[in-house]
Design a protein around this ligand. Structure first.
Ligand code: SF4
Ligand code: SF4
Length: 160
C-alpha cells in the first residue's frame, strides 16, 4: 500500500471513534488542541498526509519540522478544526500503534489526563481501531519508519 493510501485508510478507521464514550475534551478543556506560547498547536503529519491539506484549509499552517523525523511536516492549527480535517496524529492521540499493538504516547504526559489510566482506561472500540490502523501503517515501509521514529523520540523523552 502506498503511504497516502495507508494514511487515508487509517484515518477512516478513526473518523468517528474517540478515546472515551463521552467527549474527552470536556475532561481537560481540549488540552491537546490548545495553542502554545506562539499561539499555535498542531501535530506531525504521517508521510504523504500533506497531500490531504492541499489546498490548505483556513486556519491551518504547514511547516517542516525535523524534531522527530527528518523532513516531516508539522500541521499547526488554531485550536479548533472541522473533525473531518483532523490529521491522523490527532485521531490516534493519546495512543500510538506499535508493531504488536498499542501503547500510550509519551508525548501525552505534557497535556493529557488520560495518560494516568493507561490503555485500559480508554474505550475498547478506540483501542481496537488504533490497533487496526497500526496494522495498516506498519504494512507500509514509509509509515512504519515514521512510527519507529516517533517511538525512538519517545524513548529519548523517557530519559529525561
Ligand atoms: S488531552 Fe487527552 S483527554 Fe484532553 S482532549 Fe486530548 S486526548 Fe482527550
Ligand atoms: S488539528 Fe484539530 S484536532 Fe488536531 S490539535 Fe488542531 S484543532 Fe485539535
Amino acid at each position: 500500500m502506498q503511504p497516502l493510501e495507508a494514511v487515508r485508510a487509517a484515518r477512516a478507521l478513526l473518523e468517528c471513534v474517540t478515546p472515551l464514550n463521552r467527549d474527552c475534551g470536556g475532561v481537560c478543556g481540549g488540552a491537546c488542541c490548545q495553542t502554545d506560547e506562539d499561539g499555535q498547536g498542531g501535530m506531525l503529519l504521517f508521510p504523504g498526509e500533506e497531500a490531504l491539506y492541499d489546498p490548505l484549509p483556513t486556519g491551518f499552517h504547514l511547516e517542516r519540522d525535523d524534531g522527530v523525523a527528518p523532513g516531516a511536516w508539522l500541521l499547526t492549527c488554531e485550536y479548533a478544526c472541522d473533525r473531518s480535517l483532523r490529521p491522523l496524529s490527532c485521531r490516534l492521540f493519546p495512543l500510538l500503534p506499535t508493531r504488536k499493538g498499542v501503547k500510550m504516547d509519551r508525548r501525552g504526559w505534557a497535556v493529557c489526563p488520560l495518560m494516568d489510566s493507561g490503555v485500559s482506561g480508554l474505550r475498547q472500540e478506540f483501542v481496537d481501531a488504533v490497533k487496526r490502523a497500526g496494522a495498516i501503517l506498519y504494512a507500509c515501509p514509509e509509515q512504519a519508519a515514521f512510527l519507529d521514529a516517533i517511538h525512538a523520540y519517545n524513548q529519548r523523552l523517557a530519559q529525561f
